[in-house]
Design a protein around this ligand. Structure first.
Ligand code: X5A
Ligand code: ZN
Length: 672
């Protein structure tokens, strides 16, 4: 199952015909540069090329009014003066004799993508389109947008495929108010947007873009706005919002389709966004969505105005959709104060609607700094003093390193009688007698279990091959998971793995690593009360029913394990399943899938011999098949939520990505 790429050169054939400093960044090269980069890197060739089509009147009328459609229909016949006049009734947009044609293609391309994904022709895909869509409203063009491509696609998917729940993730740096207005009272479409807001001073300067626009009537809780009140947001700020807002809610919602308003103006160098996230962050944002909706992710281009940053970000997104492992996330130094304030406000505003947020801190009653701050005349601009600020376009950043998927995706170490799952490669390392002796001495001194020894030997070989990037990930059935785990950890250190994240699922006693040097981070999930926190690198997540409560477990994975994993940035993930963990296949596959965003996908899974039935599902997740949806999640047990919250608070001193509130600003209005 492949990745669709939808593009047609025709959509480069309109441009701004007069002088307008607001609109001159929306150029045809945005598309050619992005497409050329996909061709040059060989990514386009790996995709399934799907042709565009024109959206029909009926398609467009799913979202727009007849009057508006009829008006736009007349634009191909207008003179330059008439076009200028027509343009004037809208904000920050321009018309051209060919834009109506392109707008029909942009919407149609989006629908072709939805059809390809929904019919199973491909797993996921991206549409490179112009004009963008998310600002356009029922009866208005706006912000370079004519028809609301993604909104139309959501309605279309609901109608044609009977979908009950569609998630729209708008990671463009502007607020897609057109999408918000379209679905405000509709609980079947969950809309998430983060956007540059600056206390309502940034375009489109709407009160409706703030965190407290949560949706209306039946749709209350299904509109999520994350306002950025400062420029310069980085990878860490974005990932933090994914871990602590979007993903918990999205998993609880359980969409059947994910549409992404994939603008790339939230990336570094963009003159509109003035943010500082690097293009590789889009690999992670994409990856984190790919286990929702059984992997049905449709990314549709919106903004993105720095041509370099744009094409790099597009490539990162498409390469991830194709299944290549994401690069290691670089220097996540903790979300900034302003981002934490926004995070806190959004979580508080939504706590009454989502059980995953029930225990989010309440909104402080006093004046929250995210409110529109009235700036007195003359006081605006330049609060910064001192150093010269670089303008967004002068910003430089290293080109994201090329991502090489290892020649072997998934290697397995299995006992003789267990079949090698399709697509995997059986692995055994040549038994160097010196190594064998060492392993016997260390791990099997009083035993003549030659099978166990062979397995340990293979595990050490596997770890080395992963370090060399010859193998992406692996899975082994072992007699004694604790012993195998010790063996892998010790060997990883000698095989140049700088940090190993050990995720242990289930109740078995884990031999304490005795290491507090940061070379390993152990996170264990079980139902055993832990004595006390064992230090920064040994974390025990205790759930009342262990891993058998999917809601509690999912919440722990998204809000605790992922941020820890991202901040720790391991070179290897060791995923250990102890006997009788009680975890369902679905939840296990989600965990396996999500963890592959770390360590360039280098995950080694250890499972007890008794769990042969789990080999197939695990292998499929390791091979990059999306995990099956968990279904709508019920509320986690209150005691679990409370315990997780306590644990998160306790660990915050050591792990910045676990923060969800700003330090001591709460009531602040600390605004300059
Ligand atoms: C799609 C998009 C931005 C419009 C900015 C107008 N539009 N100032 O990014
Ligand atoms: Zn934008």
């Amino acid at each position: 199952m492949g990745t669709a790429l939808i593009y047609d050169e025709e959509m480069t054939k309109y441009k701004l015909l007069w002088v307008d400093p607001v609109c001159n960044i929306e150029v045809p090269e945005r598309l050619t540069v992005s497409h050329d980069a996909l061709v040059k890197t060989g990514l386009a060739d790996r995709c399934v090329a799907v042709p565009v089509r024109e959206a029909t009147d009926a398609d467009i009328l799913l979202v727009h009014s007849e009057e508006y459609l009829e008006a736009v229909k007349t634009t191909p016949y207008m003179t330059l003066e008439e076009l200028k006049d027509f343009t004037l009734q809208y904000g920050d947009v321009y018309f051209h004799p060919n834009i109506y044609h392109c707008a029909k293609l942009a919407a149609g391309a989006t629908l072709q993508l939805v059809d390809s994904v929904m019919t199973g022709k491909v797993r996921n895909g991206m549409a490179l389109v112009r004009p963008p869509g998310h600002h356009s409203m029922r009866s208005a063009a706006c912000g370079f947008c004519v028809f609301n491509n993604v909104a139309i696609a959501a309605r279309y998917a609901k109608q044609k495929y009977g979908l009950k729940r569609v998630l729209i993730v708008d990671w463009d740096v502007h607020h897609g108010q057109g999408v918000q207005y379209c679905f405000e009272d509709d609980p079947s479409v969950l809309y998430f947007s983060w956007h540059r807001y600056e206390h309502q001073k940034f375009w489109p300067q709407l009160r409706d873009s703030d965190y407290d626009s949560v949706g209306k009537e039946k749709g209350a809780g299904f509109n999520i706005n994350v306002p950025w009140n400062k420029v310069g947001m980085k990878n860490c700020d974005y990932l933090s919002v994914f871990c602590h807002v979007l993903l918990p809610i999205a998993y609880e919602f359980s969409p059947e389709l994910v549409l992404v308003c994939a603008g790339f103006d939230a990336a570094i160098g963009d003159p509109e966004g003035e943010m500082r996230a690097t293009p590789d962050v889009f690999a992670h944002l994409t990856h984190l969505l790919m286990n929702l909706a059984g992997g049905k992710v449709c990314a549709v281009l919106e903004g993105g105005y720095n041509l370099t940053s744009l094409h790099q970000s597009v490539c990162q997104t498409v390469q991830t959709l194709l299944g290549d492992p994401a690069p290691r996330p670089a220097n996540l130094d903790g979300p900034c104060t302003s981002a934490l304030e926004s995070l806190h406000c959004v979580r508080a505003a939504h706590r009454q609607y989502w059980s995953c947020l029930k225990h989010a801190a309440e909104l402080p009653t006093s004046n929250i700094s995210t409110k529109c701050i009235k700036v007195t005349e003359g006081e605006e601009e330049k609060q910064e003093t001192g150093e010269e600020e670089k303008s967004a376009e002068e910003e430089t950043w290293p080109e994201p390193p090329k991502r090489f998927p290892p020649p072997v995706s998934t290697a397995v170490v299995l006992p003789e009688g267990v079949a090698c799952p399709d697509g995997c490669k059986r692995f055994s390392s040549s038994e160097d007698p010196a190594i064998v002796d060492k392993l016997r001495e260390k791990f099997l001194p009083e035993s003549d279990d030659s099978d166990a020894l062979t397995t340990l030997c293979s595990l050490t070989g596997l770890v080395e091959e992963m370090e060399k990037n010859e193998i992406r990930n692996g899975l082994a059935l072992v007699r004694d998971v604790s012993m195998a785990m010790m063996c892998v950890v010790q060997h990883a250190a000698t095989a140049h793995h700088d940090r190993v994240l050990i995720v242990c699922v289930g109740d078995a006693v884990v031999p304490s690593q005795g290491t507090d040097d940061g070379k390993t981070l152990l996170v264990q999930f079980s139902n055993k009360e832990s004595e006390e926190q064992k230090g920064k690198f040994h974390i025990h997540v205790c759930l009342k029913k262990g891993c058998s409560d999917v809601s509690g477990f999912t919440q722990a994975v998204l809000g605790l394990l992922l941020p820890l994993g991202y901040e720790y940035d391991p070179s290897l993930v060791l995923l250990v399943r102890t006997p009788g963990s009680g975890l369902s296949d679905g939840a296990w596959q989600q965990l396996t899938g999500l963890l592959q965003g770390l360590a360039q996908g280098h995950t080694l899974v250890l499972m007890p011999e008794g769990e042969k039935a789990c080999v197939g599902p695990t292998a499929s997740s390791l091979l990059g098949v999306a995990a099956p949806p968990l279904g709508k999640l019920h509320a986690p047990l209150p005691e679990d939520v409370a315990a997780l919250e306590r644990l998160r608070l306790g660990l915050q001193a050591d792990w910045k990505l676990l923060h969800t509130t700003a330090p001591e600003t709460g009531g602040g209005g600390e605004e300059h």
